[in-house]
Design a protein around this ligand. Structure first.
Ligand code: CP
Ligand code: NVA
Length: 311
């Protein structure tokens, strides 16, 4: 427990921005907190450790899971939250992110933002004097991947030495998984159309940390012997190029593809899924799918994130 709530030992505000900003020990601590909340433990010794605390959530894009899991989590921890959509706030009329950060910091104890541009997240964190949480940008989705890791661990144990296959668009969720590989010792094998390869800065960073990341175009090669198979929508929110079916059809996760993975491989999808596009009903609803646990774990791990940020 820190003596300086909301700040790291070096006095920095405890933002939860991206997995490449963390040491592995801190991510482990957050995952352990999430698992403790799921078990019904009280890791801070209180029923309502965030009593009196307020979270503001800015949504510049739609959300079901992120919105409901953060709001539920905050309330279960004794706090409360305010949901702000871009159109309802002065952000929609041109007030800057920096000014919004300064003002919200005078009212609330933490700010979560879902936005397009990662620079907006960075600006919010620069100008806020309270912790900022990344609820998805076009570049990354770290809360999701923390829930994914928690889900893998509860079903199959540590990720270390495991093969994780990502099939389809090399998008924001893929980028956070690549960053996670640098912390948790899994091999990341991505199969993406050449036009939709993951962000090169993210890949370069992970490789520099010693992560094993391979990027190819063959889904079968990526999935062969994998312990976890992941995919996501062909068209992410805000993506202008909505006509990607031809490009991505060969990357559908179906029974034939899953059969190439380990016999006990898990299937995950951050959701929302476009059934029978990126994944067939048979896989989504099949015995290897843990997508509902994965969605549930957003709640638990984000309670870990919120208490790490604020206590
Ligand atoms: N997976 C995820 O972030 O879902 P929402 O878009 O519904 O929040
Ligand atoms: N890649 C998806 C994730 C949704 C949770 C998107 O950005 O729309």
């Amino acid at each position: 427990m820190t003596v300086n709530p909301g700040r790291t030992r070096t006095g920095q505000i405890r933002h939860f921005l991206d997995l490449d900003r963390f040491d592995t020990e801190t991510l482990r601590r957050i995952l352990d907190l999430g698992a403790a909340y799921k078990r019904g433990d009280k890791p801070f010794g209180k029923d309502k450790p965030l009593a009196g605390r307020m979270l503001a959530m800015i949504f510049e894009k739609p959300s079901t899971r992120t919105r409901v899991s953060f709001e539920t989590g905050m309330k279960q921890l004794g706090g409360d939250c305010i949901v702000l959509s871009k159109g309802d706030t002065q952000l929609g009329r041109g007030e800057t992110i920096a000014d919004t950060a300064r003002v919200l910091s005078r009212y609330v104890d933490a700010i979560m933002i879902r936005t397009d541009d990662p620079d907006k997240l960075a600006q919010l964190a620069e100008y806020a004097s309270v912790p900022v949480v990344n609820g998805l940008t076009d570049l990354t989705h770290p809360c999701q991947v923390m829930a994914d890791i928690m889900t893998f661990e509860e079903h199959r144990g540590p990720l270390d030495g495991k093969v994780v296959a990502w099939v389809g668009d090399g998008n924001n969720v893929a980028a956070s998984w690549i960053q996670a590989a640098a912390h948790f010792g899994c091999e990341m094998r991505l199969a993406c159309p050449p036009e939709l390869c993951p962000n090169t800065n993210v890949v370069d960073w992970a490789r520099k940390q010693g992560a094993q990341v391979t990027i190819g175009t063959d889904p079968k090669a990526a999935v062969a012997g994998a312990h976890l198979v992941l995919t996501d929508t062909w068209v992410s929110m805000g993506c202008q190029d909505t006509n990607r079916a031809n490009l991505l059809a060969p990357y559908q996760v179906n029974d034939a593809l899953m059969a190439l993975a380990q016999p006990d491989a898990l299937f995950m999808h951050c959701l929302p899924a476009h059934r029978n596009e990126e994944v067939t009903d048979s896989v989504m609803d099949g015995p290897q799918s843990v997508v509902w646990d994965e969605a549930e774990n957003r709640l638990h791990v984000q309670k870990g994130i919120l208490t790490w940020c604020l206590l």
